[in-house]
Design a protein around this ligand. Structure first.
Ligand code: C5P
Length: 400
């Protein structure tokens, strides 16, 4: 989604400026045209040549030096932008923007653009928490600027505090979210589940499964990038929190059931990519179960709720079917039984597919019995193919 987008990357004078180089590089690699505008103080921290080399474009450092096609007419840069991101944003640029000052190329570009603006502040914690900075940020937020909040951690002063530049991946996630606001899922509320539930046996053990959560996270991120308001109900995974998505962390099937019921009270669609345990121990031992002489131990298991079958509401329901035999036939049965609009079936015996892999080979089966068998794709590509069908099915539902 970043391909062929013009991203104006404003860099201001903070020690975190070097991280803007990584951002510029990743955005360029994703196919975006990155136009860098640096303030004079930013050039003290990082060389314009670095950004020029990473983006393959001339870098604007002054309104008066003719070193860019945009130098003469700054309005052209403001007009060309699909999005403007200031990374890092110092207290100074935040104050100047809040006051409407336009004494350098970056301020002029922000004032002149109609494109959305993202600010990723980075500064000493005391400067960030100062009520002047907070008031300025609130003012900019109210005007529609998106703020990527700084993180807590070690600051350049050596002290710990809130002021570290957000992670580059989080900034990219926010850029995608903002760019996607006019996507084909704009205004839709989508609930996604991901990961494998864990059913406790005793305080240290649980019944789990091998789901990595990658498929569900990919669906959630793709929905976000297409403009949806996404709630992700996640069982434990090792994946990092995606930007622009409300993540609800749960562990057990019962907790997931409750979270799904709550989140879908106002939803247009539910996509259940989670591997929900079908059984849970009948009782959870209060203390750690000790090893005994007996060669066997019996655990009594009881059924967990079938979330997809139990959930109530007139929203679109998409399920997954991880099968090891008769994939399509078994998935069709599940679609009927769980009254789904669409089921995503995959053969988990295939190593390139399913648990833990970055790729997946699935068939999409709808209520009319149409079977669309997709080739081996990345999980993100699979996510987008599922969402193509979700968009189509939501439109059909609206016409009914
Ligand atoms: O019946 P099976 O577990 O194969 O169905 C898979 C689909 O049902 C998945 O979408 C999964 O998230 C969902 N599921 C559920 N509640 C369960 C078990 C599975 O919603 N207890």
């Amino acid at each position: 989604m970043l391909a062929n987008k013009t991203i104006v990357l404003g860099i201001t004078g903070s020690i975190a400026a070097y991280k803007a180089a990584e951002l510029a590089s990743k955005l360029t690699q994703a196919g975006a045209r990155v136009e860098v505008v640096m303030t004079e103080s930013a050039t003290k921290f990082i060389a314009p040549l670095t950004l020029r080399s990473l983006t393959g474009r001339l870098v604007v450092t002054s309104m008066w030096e003719l070193n860019s096609e945009f130098s003469i007419e700054h309005i052209a840069l403001a007009e060309a932008a699909d999005i403007l991101a200031i990374v890092p944003a110092t207290a100074n640029i935040i104050a100047k923007l809040a006051a409407g000052i336009s004494d350098d190329m970056l301020c002029c570009t922000v004032l002149a653009t109609k494109a959305p603006v993202i600010l990723a502040p980075a500064m000493h914690a005391d400067m960030f928490q100062n009520s002047i900075t907070q008031e300025n940020l609130a003012k900019l937020k109210a005007r529609g600027f998106t703020i990527v909040d700084p993180a807590y951690g070690r600051l350049a002063s050596g002290k710990m505090g809130l002021g570290r530049l957000a992670e580059v991946e989080e900034i990219i996630g926010t850029i995608k979210q903002v760019l996607g606001k006019s996507g084909d899922l704009a205004g839709k509320r989508i609930v996604v589940t991901a990961g494998g539930t864990q059913e406790p046996i005793d305080p240290v053990r649980h019944i789990g499964n091998r789901s990595s959560g990658k498929m569900g996270y990919a669906v959630a991120e793709a929905a976000r990038d297409r403009g949806a308001e996404v709630k992700l109900i996640a069982a434990p995974t090792s994946l990092s929190e995606p930007a622009g998505i409300e993540v609800i962390h749960i562990k057990t099937a019962i907790q997931m059931n409750e979270a799904v019921a709550k989140a879908t009270a106002q939803a247009d669609g539910l996509i259940m990519a989670a591997a929900v345990s079908d059984y849970q121990p009948k009782s959870v031992a209060k203390a750690k179960i000790k090893k005994k002489e007996s060669p066997s131990l019996t655990l009594e298991l009881i059924r967990t709720p079938d979330i997809l079958t139990e959930v109530k509401g007139n929203f679109l329901k998409v399920g997954f079917a991880a099968e090891s035999e008769d994939v399509v036939a078994n998935a069709k049965q599940k679609l009927e039984k769980k009254k789904l609009d669409l089921i995503v079936a995959n053969d988990i015996t295939d190593a390139s597919s399913g648990f833990g892999a970055d790729t997946n080979k699935v068939s999409l089966i709808d209520r009319n019995g149409n079977v669309d068998s997709l080739p081996l794709l990345t999980k993100r590509e699979v996510a987008d193919r599922i969402l193509d069908r979700v968009v189509e099915l939501l439109a059909k539902k609206a016409r009914r």
